[in-house]
Design a protein around this ligand. Structure first.
Ligand code: KG4
Ligand code: ZN
Length: 334
């Protein structure tokens, strides 16, 4: 089965074609970062309008890249939630319309299920069951994954998501939006011994997270020190170390609690190389294997939506003619 995937939940237009026999045939991601950076965050209406402009030309480009005709597509998948309602509606209307026009089934996909299963786009995917650390701009969750659709959320953030904390701290350091990757780059120049940030909630039992205090701690540290390049780098390093270590401690605890031997990192913060290094170390000590998708499939993309859509369509699921999107949609309510 050959499925066209459309991702428009936030500020990336991701389009891909996944084939159940041959794997990923083609994909492309257009990022709206330039449009939103002037405003210091994603402006929902601008996001929706840009998806409207970009989606159809990108679909045409991906069909051409894959060297296939429209009538060779067997199904259409789009992101149904969670995300920005207007942005989701653009992808949902387009996906549903194409499915109707081409006479093929359509399926709405959960964005986080896309992230969770993105490692299956790679040559050596994990087998079920596994543990997944989902760390993006909007979510920080530890999920027990026992099969497609079998998700148990073991830990969640009580306030800011890890990516959100990265972005807000990056803004404090004058690094623009979204600043996660820029903060990580600056942290490489930082002295790890100069500042020490707390590791929130690690001395309590459980697997939940809280990152808003770290952002406040960063604000006080910025305000009480002279602002030069080295100080900013040292703050970035201390902040990154605190987030990475906190995530790693909870991953180790979850591996121990479940006895699972596979850990998947998914979501945009999964692109952070310090986090990847630390989780490699944890997994080595726990005799567990670590899986993560390539960088472009860690952040939002159409390939993960095409993949999940293909699996679900093959399981016989499909949407009816109504078009619904869910801006808020817990992973365990699929
Ligand atoms: O998964 P994603 O592309 O979009 C959401 O669904 O949220 O994640 C985006 C988030 C942003 O907060 C961004 O700052 C963060 O991932 N991010 C990083 C890095 N690259 C992207 N955070 C830390 N280090 C990075 N290298
Ligand atoms: Zn995402």
């Amino acid at each position: 089965m050959r499925v066209l995937g459309i991702e428009t939940s936030c500020d990336e237009t991701g389009i891909a074609i996944y084939d159940s026999d041959c794997g990923l045939l083609a994909h492309t991601t257009y990022s709206q970062t330039e449009i939103h950076s002037a405003w210091g965050g994603v402006v929902p209406e601008l996001a929706s309008r840009d998806h409207v402009r970009k989606a159809v030309p990108l679909i045409e480009a991906v069909l051409e890249k894959a060297a296939i005709q429209r009538n060779e597509i067997d199904g259409v998948a789009y992101t149904k939630g969670p995300g920005l309602v207007g942005a989701l509606l653009v992808g949902a209307m387009l996906g549903r319309t194409l499915g109707f026009a081409w006479g093929v089934p359509t399926i709405g996909v959960h964005h986080l299920e896309g992230h969770l299963l993105a490692p299956f786009l790679e040559p050596n995917p994990p087998v079920f069951p596994f543990l997944a650390l989902l760390v993006s701009g909007g979510h920080t969750e530890l999920v027990k994954v026992d099969g497609i659709g079998k998700y148990e959320i073991m830990g969640d953030t009580l306030d800011d998501a890890a990516g959100e904390a990265f972005d807000k701290t990056a803004k404090l350091l004058g690094l623009g939006y979204p600043g996660g990757a820029a903060l990580a780059k600056l942290a490489e120049q930082g002295n790890p011994a100069r500042f020490h940030f707390p590791r929130p909630m690690v001395d309590r039992p459980g697997l939940d997270f809280s990152f808003s205090g770290l952002k406040t701690f960063a604000l006080h540290t910025v305000e009480s020190n002279r602002q030069d390049y080295q100080t900013r780098a040292d703050i970035a390093r201390a902040f990154e170390d605190a987030v990475v270590e906190t995530l790693a401690i909870k991953c180790r605890r979850a591996l121990q609690e479940t006895g699972y031997q596979r850990l998947v990192i998914a979501g945009g913060v999964g692109a952070n190389s310090s986090l990847r290094r630390k989780l490699h170390e944890i997994c080595r000590k726990q005799e567990a294997s670590l899986f993560f998708p390539r960088l472009e499939f860690c952040t939002d993309n159409g390939a993960m939506i095409a993949y999940v859509g293909c699996q679900r369509l093959m399981m016989g699921e499909q949407e009816d003619l109504s078009v619904e999107v869910y801006p808020r949609w817990p992973l365990n309510k699929i």
